[in-house]
Design a binder for this molecule. Structure first.
Ligand SMILES: NC(=O)c1ccc[n+]([C@@H]2O[C@H](COP(=O)([O-])OP(=O)(O)OC[C@H]3O[C@@H](n4cnc5c(N)ncnc54)[C@H](OP(=O)(O)O)[C@@H]3O)[C@@H](O)[C@H]2O)c1
Length: 328
C-alpha cells in the first residue's frame, strides 16, 4: 500500500467508500457483506474508511461501528466521517447550523461506537450561513481532542478561504476521476499551495470506469445511477466508448484493466493524497493490489486525455449530486 500523512497519522492512499454499504441508493447490501467489506481493508494494507450520516441514514456508520467492535482495535482504523447534510421528506439539504452540527457529531460517535473521529468533514457547504459558523464548531471539536483533523467536501476556493479564517483545513474531499476534473482549475492548485490533503470521491466515476457496465446493463429502480446524466443515452454511449478505449490502452500498455487505470490515474495526479473506492463486498477490493507498483507518466496522461476528448463529445459533470438549499 502507498501512504500519506495526515496530521502525523499514516493513512492509506486508497480508502474504502461506504455510501453503497449504507444501502438504499446503490441497491441492497447485506449486513454480513457490508461488515466483511469494512474488515477486508486490512487484507490490502488499507486503514482509511470514508462514511457519512446520510449514507443509509446512519446505517453506514453503524456498520463501521460493528466492524470496529468485531476487529477490536479502534486505532487500526482511520475513520473519516462528515456532518452538515440534513434529509427529510422534501429531500436532502446542506445544513451547518452549529447546534445541529454538534448534535450530528454526538450521533455519529454513538453509531460508530467510538470516542473520537480521525477526520471530520463538512459534507457540503451551507450557503445560507457564513462558512465561519461551521468552522467554529470544527475548531471546538479539534481543540477538545474529539476529532483529529478537519476536512471539507465540495467547497469552492472562496468557501475554503472563509472557513480557514477560523481553523486550518487539513483535508478536502472533492469528486475527481478521468471524466470529472473540474478541480484541476482552481481547487487542486489551492490545496497544493496550502498543503491541504485531497481525498477524492467517485474515483471510478460511480462505477462507469470500473468497466462492468454495457449499453444494455439494467440499472435497478432506486439506484442513484438511474438519475445520473452520464448514464443516460446518447451520452452514456460516448462514455462507454471511452471506457472501452481506455481499457484497450490499459491492457496494451500495462497488462491492466480500465478499473486499475482509473484509480492509478487519480493517485498519479499531483496533489492527490488518496482515492476513495466505493465497494459493496470484499471481492470488489481484490483489485487493489493491481493498482500498486506501477505509474502513469506524462505521455500516458496525454494519451488518456486524447481518448476522452475523442470519445466524449458531450461531457457533463457530477453537479446532479448537489443537495438543495434549505429555506430556513
Ligand atoms: N463527499 C461527497 O459528497 C461524496 C459524494 C459521493 C461519494 N463520496 C464517497 O466516495 C465513495 C466512492 O465514490 P462513489 O460511491 O461515487 O463511487 P465510485 O467509487 O466511483 O464507484 C463505486 C462503484 O464502482 C463499482 N466497483 C467497485 N469495485 C469494483 C470492482 N472491483 N469491479 C467492478 N466494479 C466495481 C461498484 O459498482 P456496482 O454498484 O455496480 O457494483 C461500486 O458501487 C463513496 O462511497 C463515499 O464514501 C463522497
Amino acid at each position: 500500500m502507498e501512504f500519506f500523512s495526515l496530521n502525523g497519522t499514516k493513512v492509506s492512499r486508497i480508502g474504502l467508500g461506504t455510501w453503497a454499504i449504507g444501502g438504499g441508493e446503490w441497491g441492497a447490501v447485506s449486513e454480513a457483506d457490508a461488515v466483511a467489506t469494512c474488515l477486508s481493508i486490512f487484507d490490502h494494507g488499507m486503514n482509511l474508511i470514508d462514511t457519512a450520516p446520510i449514507y443509509g441514514h446512519g446505517r453506514s456508520e453503524e456498520i463501521i461501528g460493528r466492524a470496529m467492535r468485531e476487529h477490536g482495535r479502534r486505532e487500526d482504523f482511520y475513520i473519516a466521517t462528515k456532518a452538515g447534510l440534513e434529509w427529510n421528506a422534501r429531500g436532502v439539504f446542506a445544513n451547518s447550523d452549529p447546534a445541529r452540527l454538534r448534535q450530528e457529531f454526538e450521533d455519529s460517535l454513538r453509531r460508530l461506537g467510538t470516542e473520537y473521529v480521525d477526520l471530520y468533514q463538512i459534507h457540503w457547504p451551507d450557503t445560507t450561513l457564513p462558512m465561519e459558523r461551521a468552522a467554529e464548531v470544527m475548531r471546538e471539536l479539534l481543540d477538545a481532542g474529539r476529532i483529529r483533523a478537519v476536512g471539507v467536501s465540495n467547497f469552492s476556493v472562496k468557501q475554503m478561504e472563509a472557513f480557514a479564517q477560523i481553523t486550518p483545513i487539513d483535508a478536502n474531499q472533492p469528486p475527481y476521476n478521468i471524466f470529472e476534473r473540474e478541480i484541476d482549475a482552481e481547487i487542486l492548485p489551492y490545496c497544493r499551495r496550502k498543503g491541504i490533503a485531497v481525498l477524492t470521491y467517485s474515483s471510478m466515476c460511480r462505477s462507469l470506469l470500473a468497466g462492468r457496465l454495457k449499453a444494455d446493463t439494467a440499472i435497478p429502480e432506486g439506484d442513484i445511477r438511474r438519475v445520473d446524466p452520464k448514464f443516460q443515452q446518447p451520452r452514456f454511449g460516448q462514455y462507454l466508448r471511452a471506457v472501452a478505449e481506455l481499457d484497450a490502452f490499459a491492457q496494451k500498455e500495462y497488462g491492466k484493466r480500465v478499473l486499475h487505470l482509473a484509480v492509478r490515474w487519480v493517485l498519479d495526479r499531483p496533489g492527490i493524497s488518496a482515492a476513495l473506492w466505493g465497494a459493496k463486498r470484499p471481492a470488489q477490493l481484490d483489485a487493489v493490489e493491481e493498482i500498486l507498483g506501477w505509474q502513469l507518466d506524462a505521455d500516458a496522461m496525454e494519451e488518456i486525455d486524447g481518448i476522452v476528448a475523442a470519445c466524449v463529445r458531450d461531457p457533463i459533470g457530477p453537479e446532479y449530486l448537489t443537495p438543495g438549499v434549505r429555506s430556513s
